[in-house]
Design a protein around this ligand. Structure first.
Ligand code: PEP
Ligand code: MN
Length: 335
């Protein structure tokens, strides 16, 4: 349910209304937009009579939200959410390029890649320390050591770091991580979402599950938000379909639809969508053109020898060209 307040609603009236809602175990979220001030209500509204609320002097209208996601719903929060990732903003017109290897492999590798992607215009550094691999025999990531190396690369470049958390038992290792990634395979690990959402308000990059609907993606964002973390970045990385020529099937139309349904920023991952490095450039340009709030791109300084996802990793040279083309598209659209 959302409560749209009258223009002249006083601070005391709003406080009294919030107190009334809280007394009924409803959490009020006040959102002040350019046009109107609204209160989004999260909780069981079965015992709340909308007529009683609507009769209050400060209230203009009361509307039900039909969708099962409330906090993530644009009706609940009409303005775009801008997520602050240790100073790098994303959403509401702020565009961010996250780049780096699939996995951290050594100090030399991560520091060299961090320096080169920064020089090309990346605003954040990615790199997996804990890797969700299909095969138990494949490289599983460097773990805690990988996070230390990311921190070192951050010290060298100033780039905030983005890395995946697979298991809540490792959360303390993430205290100096700027953005926590929840991967496609864990999008519906509801316990992990609840634990992370209640532990931290640090930005979360939530990747779409490989067979998840958009509503399921938004419901997973809702888990994080309902647990107390409003700083969610949605990430589309393609889904599994009958098509096998590309690693995943990426429908860029989801950017437009997610922006209509939700106020959360939407980032595109062209690397896991395509599975081929030569396709990453054109998909990135298209993603920028359709209005994505950012990109997360895999870049490796020696793709043939990468321990993970070498085939889809751009070289630093390819990445530099992509960033320049993406920025030109954004500049052209801003004219
Ligand atoms: C990754 O970002 O390296 C990754 C494993 O992504 P996804 O969860 O989208 O497969
Ligand atoms: Mn990868």
């Amino acid at each position: 349910m959302i409560i749209i307040l009258k223009k002249g609603a006083s601070a005391t009236e709003v406080e009294n209304l919030k107190a009334l809602l809280e007394s009924k175990n409803i959490t009020p979220h006040v959102s002040e937009g350019h046009l109107e001030k609204i209160i989004g209500c999260v909780g069981d509204i079965a015992h709340l009579d909308p007529g009683v609320i609507e009769a209050m002097d400060c209230v203009d209208t009361v509307r039900r939200i039909q969708e099962p996601y409330k906090a993530a719903n644009r009706k609940f929060h009409p303005e775009d959410t801008v997520v602050d990732c240790s100073g790098v903003k994303i959403g509401g017109g702020a565009f961010s390029v996250i780049a780096g290897p699939c996995s951290v492999e050594s100090e030399e590798q991560i520091v060299a890649i961090a320096k080169s992607v920064k020089a090309s215009g990346a605003t954040m550094l990615r790199g997996g320390a804990f890797k969700p691999r299909t095969s138990p025999y494949a490289f599983q990531g460097m773990g805690a050591e990988g996070i230390k190396l990311l921190q070192l690369a951050k010290k060298e470049t100033g780039l905030p770091i983005v890395t995946e958390l697979m298991d809540f038992k490792d959360i303390e290792l993430f205290n100096d991580v700027d953005v926590i990634q929840i991967g496609a395979r864990n999008m519906q690990n509801f316990n992990l979402l609840k634990e992370v959402g209640s532990y931290t308000t640090k930005p979360i990059l939530l990747k779409r599950g490989m067979s998840a609907t958009l509503q399921e993606l938004l419901m997973s964002a809702e888990y994080l938000m309902a647990s107390g973390n409003p700083n969610v970045i949605l990430c589309e990385r393609g889904i599994r379909t009958f098509e096998t020529a590309l690693r995943n099937t990426l429908d860029l139309g989801v950017v437009t639809l997610l922006h209509k349904l939700s106020h959360l920023p939407v980032v595109i991952d062209p690397s896991h969508a395509a599975g081929h490095s030569w396709m990453v450039d054109s998909i990135s340009v298209a993603a920028a053109a359709i209005g994505a709030d950012g990109l997360i791109i895999e870049v490796h300084n020696d793709p043939p020898h990468a321990k993970c996802d070498g085939a889809q990793s751009q070289t630093p040279e390819m990445f530099a060209k992509t960033v320049s083309r993406v920025m030109r598209v954004r500049a052209a659209l801003a004219e």
